[in-house]
Design a protein around this ligand. Structure first.
Ligand code: ADP
Ligand code: MG
Length: 390
């Protein structure tokens, strides 16, 4: 689960990481009041679950409370498009108003789980303020990494070594090492999958402050942190992903694809995306309906797939174990009739009651092509997409 910058920076502050003074506002008038309280130059920042706000006009440094009000008015309620948002952008409902720092150097600091190393790692770079992927691509040797032992934690000497490598002035080496230790403590105690500060800055007057804060929490550990679970902002969720989650489906929208996929099991879903590509098309989504999806869940999955205007054909690949494929067929037929969707459907069904499932679909009047293997499904898909293109 992602949280907003204003929430993440509060967690950082709770763990002793210095952050600039600031508050969150829902209206431009509130933004002005906060700027008045702070006094002096402030920064007005769009609160959306995406980075890259700076370059997209979502972060504005201003000199007076009136300018802060105007900046907030220009940000609030207007879609903000960054490389990390969907193409249509995300609408900021809140802005954060914070004291503007006088920056001398921008650094990058993060703790995350490295699946390949099977360990939590702390990463830092002297190239802060820039997207870290860009640094990794163009200047990989500018990224410093230390692995932490999941049981022992991050040893203080490693935190010190990291802060030395950042080339900080001597008097900041220890405060920076403490900060790294605190960041790591937050990361483990709150079951985060990511804590990222970009930029962490050294100010002109020689202090270290976190100017940005990004935290992602492990969904499966949220039950241990009811206070954090409450930080969820449904406004920021993809509408389809939210509907899917409510129906117990795991759905991820993929930009630019035209084949809607309905599959049970994550592995089979991945394989199905592969054969979609093999058939010369891109999948429009990842969708795992789960191993024991009900007729209703399948119907909801179908509705979600066809509500995506990019979908031109549907590939259903179900393996009936606990899932009954005849029930799945009934769910598909009901949802297709209800939505009036008349897209071509390629179906591969095996396992429990597959014969009955296929018969129901064949007799449904829907445009269904049955396939009995993965390669057969790819061939059928190629054919229906060719027809759709003509
Ligand atoms: P994003 O990562 O979404 O672009 P950031 O919070 O990192 O948003 O802000 C972008 C840039 O704006 C930062 O790299 C920094 O240069 C500047 N900035 C952000 N907050 C402040 C602040 N409090 N004072 C001065 N400059 C800031
Ligand atoms: Mg940033």
């Amino acid at each position: 689960m992602k949280i907003h910058e204003y929430q993440a920076r509060q967690l950082l502050a709770d763990y002793g990481v210095p952050v600039p003074r600031g508050e969150v506002a829902d209206t431009s008038r509130d933004a002005r009041r906060i700027a008045e309280d702070i006094g002096g130059p402030v920064v007005v920042k769009a609160q959306v679950h995406a980075g890259g706000r700076g370059k997209a006009g979502g972060v504005k440094v201003v000199g007076t409370p009136l300018e802060a009000e105007n900046a907030a008015a220009s940000i609030l309620g207007r879609p903000l498009v960054t490389p990390q948002t969907p193409p249509g952008g995300v609408v900021p409902r809140k802005v954060m108003v914070a004291e503007a720092a006088q920056i001398e150097r921008e650094l990058f600091l993060a703790a995350l789980v490295d699946g390949e190393a099977r360990a939590p790692v702390v990463m830092a770079s002297t190239e802060g303020g820039v997207e870290i992927e860009e640094v990794a691509e163009n200047n990989p040797d500018k990224i410093i990494r230390v692995e932490a032992d999941p049981l022992v934690g991050l040893s203080p000497y490693r935190a010190r070594a990291l802060s030395v490598k950042l080339g900080l002035p001597t008097n900041l080496v220890h405060p920076a090492a403490d900060l790294i230790g605190n960041l790591y403590r937050l990361f483990t105690e709150k079951d985060c999958t990511l804590v990222e500060i970009n930029p962490l800055v050294v100010t002109v007057d020689g202090r270290i402050i976190a100017l940005d804060a990004k935290i992602e929490l492990e969904d499966d550990a949220l039950f241990r942190h009811p206070d954090l679970a409450r930080l969820h902002d449904p406004d920021q969720d993809d509408e389809h992903e939210l509907r899917a989650a409510r129906a117990g489906l795991s759905y991820v929208k993929l930009e630019g694809g035209r084949v809607g996929c309905m599959v049970n099991g994550a592995g089979l879903a991945m394989a199905t995306m592969d054969i979609t590509r093999w058939a010369g098309a891109e999948p429009a989504n990842f969708l795992d309906v789960g191993g024991s999806a009900s007729e209703d869940a399948i119907a909801e999955a179908f509705r979600i797939i066809v509500s995506d205007p990019e979908v031109e054909a549907i590939l259903v690949n179900l393996f009936g174990g606990i899932l009954r494929t005849d029930g799945a067929a009934r769910g598909i037929i009901a949802a297709a009739q209800e939505t009036g969707a008349d897209l071509p459907i390629v179906v591969s069904m095996r396992g429990t009651n597959a014969e009955e499932g296929r018969r129901l679909l064949a007799e449904s009047g829907l445009e269904v092509t049955s396939a009995d293997s993965l390669s057969g499904a790819a061939d059928a898909l190629r054919e229906v997409l060719g027809d759709a293109a003509r």
